[in-house]
Design a protein around this ligand. Sequence first.
Ligand code: S3P
Length: 449
Amino acid sequence: MTQTASSTSTGRTFLLEPATALSGTVRVPGDKSMSHRSIMFGGIAHGVTEVQGFLEGEDSLHTLEAFQAMGVRIERGGAGEVTLYGQGVEALSAPTAPIYLGNSGTGMRLLTGLLAGMNIPATLTGDDSLTGRPMRRIVDPLSRMGASILTADNGTPPLIIQKAGSLNGIEYTCPMASAQVKSAVLLAGLHASGTTTVHEPAITRDHTERMLRGFGVEVEVDGLTASIRGGQSLTATSLTVPGDISSSAFFLVGASMTPGSKLVLTGVGMNPSRTGVIDILRLMGANIRISNERLTGGEPVADLEVEGTRLKGIHVPEELVSLAIDEFPALFVAAAAAEGETIVTGAEELRVKETDRIQVMADGLRALGGDISDTPDGAIIRGKRLTGGTADSCGDHRTAMSFSMASLICDGPITVLDCDNVNTSFPGFVQIAGDAGLHITESRGAAGA
Ligand code: S3P
C-alpha cells in the first residue's frame, strides 16, 4: 500500500522533550466507531435522535456532513451534542456531488453498505491514505447481494455506487477479522430481501449490532455469527457515546510503562470486543484497576486507574489481536519499554490501516534508537531505552500519538512528523497529553519539513 505524505510534509509536527511519568485525571474524547454509527443510524431513523459525547474529530464529522449532503437535518449543540431529525430512509436524497470521507475507512466502508442497500447512487472518495486502501473486501460481498459498485483498477476508492435495484440477503463468511466488512454487509442486509448472515473468523467490535438494537432493530448474534432480517426500520433514540478506549490506549501505555506514574482515565468505553489492550498490558505486568463499571446506551463504561511499573516482554496471544487491533502502535511502544522480547504475530491487518502500521512503527522506533524487526504479520521488539530522534508518523494519527508516548522512555528529544491527522480521532491531544505530563509542543511547517 502506498504511504501518505512522509518526510516532505509541511504539516503539524510534535516536539517532545523527555518526560518521566504521567499523572492526574484524563477524559478522552468520544468513541470514533460509535460516533460514526450514531450519525448513520440517527440519519436513517424515524424521529429525533440526540447524541451526547459525539467525537468532534474530522473522521466522524465527515460522516455527519455526508448525511447533511443527503438532506438530513443535523444540529450541533455544545461539545459533543448532536441532534438528528431523521425522517426515515425514504427521505434521503442521492448526493449531488462526491462524498469526501477524509481519512476514514469506517466512514467509507459502512456508508457503502448502507447506500448500496438503500439503492442510493453516490461516489465516495477520501484523502491519499483512504484512496490507497483495499475496498474489494466490501465490494465483493455487496456485489454478491446484487449491488453495482465500481472501484479504481486495484480495488481502491473512489467507489461509485450505482443504482442496481433491491439487494438479496446472503450468507457470507468473512475471510478477515473486520468489523467494517461485517458492518457493511449487515447494513446492506438491513434493506435487502430475506436474511443476511455474516460469519467471522474472530471476534471484532460489535457496535453495529448493539447500536442497531438501541434503534429498535432485531439483530441475532450467535458466537461469531450475526444475522439481520431485511426490511426493518429504525426508531430514533438518545444515546451517549463513551470515551474511546483506542484514544485511552496511549495514556494506558504511557502510564503503565513508567514507574512513578499514577493516572486515572474516566468514562472509558469497555465493550469486551475492544478491551484487548488492557489484557495485553496486564500480561506484560501492568497495574490497571477497573472501577465504577456501568452501562451507557447498551455499552459498558468504566474508569481505569493505572500505576506505572517496569513491563516485561511477552508473545501476544493471537486471540487478543482483533480485540486490540487499533492499539498496536501504542503497544509497540510498551514493548520497546519492556524488559526482554515482545513478539506480535497474526496481525497482518495492521498493514492495511491508515498506513502500514507495522512498517511505520518499525521505521519510527528504529529511528528513535529502538530494537525492532518487522515480520509479515507482526514484529519482534526487544526492549531498551530509546535515544531520541525524528519519527515519521506518515500521516497516521495513531502512530503520531504512539511516538509521542515514546518520549517517556527516551533520553533525548523526539520530533514526530506529519501529525495533522491526530485531529481525525483525538482533537485536543497535545493539551491533554501535556497536562498529564508529556513535555509536548507543536509547530507547523519548516520544523517538520
Ligand atoms: C472499525 C473497525 C476496525 C478498526 C477501525 C474502526 C469500526 O477496522 O481498525 O479503526 O468502527 O468498525 P477493520 O474492520 O478494518 O478491522
